[in-house]
Design a protein. Structure first.
Length: 215
């Protein structure tokens, strides 16, 4: 896999241009973009940069973080608060993401999306209002473990951290085995359309856009 140095600004502009020229692969009226990566990677910031670049192109955009779709603490901590297997497969409410985020954006859907569901601090429902994403709008979902669930993404971006960088930058070292499992079972660097090497957050590098080889 070959990487080319790029700035976050150029990366966001290039991805926005690519998405703006694409058509939804599921026959719906909405494009869906994934920005996948560990919490130590700047997934939220990258998603917002891409969203802003798309808005400047006249597109309506909704950025949704998977941190707003955690399961209740009683389910997340069923096997303890630091169980990496539970973190990998039991913390994020993929069913709610399908129901509240992706379902309304299917072909024939109404575009009424719930931006978040659960507050992990209060361990209660957020009660956030639904957001109308008009036809032609773009959904940008960011967070860990986004690949391998058959979510209907049109463009997938993986922010890659080497094991050493992930270990140095992770605030929750007990989660490291979960990311090792993700690498082994899903292979996000092979599954994603675009891979961004983010070991040094000041100097990212990427593999280029789908169908375009890095020189």
């Amino acid at each position: 896999m070959r990487f080319e140095a790029i700035t976050w600004e150029r990366l966001s502009e290039a991805l926005a241009a690519h998405v703006d020229g694409a058509a939804p692969g599921d026959g719906s009226a909405w494009l869906k973009v994934a920005v996948d990566g560990a919490p130590a990677a700047p997934t939220g910031e990258t998603a917002e940069r891409i969203a802003e670049a798309l808005r400047l192109r006249g597109r309506s955009v909704l950025a949704v973080g998977t941190g707003g779709f955690l399961r209740p603490a009683s389910l997340r901590y069923e096997y303890g608060k630091r169980d990496p297997d539970s973190y990998y497969s039991g913390w994020f409410d993929t069913g709610a993401l399908w129901r509240e985020v992706f379902g309304p954006l299917e072909a024939g859907g109404g575009g009424r999306v719930l931006p978040d569901l659960w507050d992990p601090v209060t361990d209660r429902a957020t009660r956030s209002p639904y957001v109308e994403l008009p036809p032609g709008g773009v959904l940008v979902v960011h967070g860990p473990f986004l690949l391998g669930h058959w979510f209907p993404f049109d463009t997938t971006v993986h922010l890659r951290l080497s094991p050493g960088a992930l270990a140095r930058r992770s605030e929750e070292p007990w989660t490291l085995p979960a990311f090792e499992r993700y690498e082994n079972e899903v292979g996000p660097s092979e599954a994603a359309d675009v891979v961004v090497r983010a070991d040094d957050p000041r100097h990212p590098a990427w593999t280029g856009l789908p169908g375009q080889d890095v020189p």
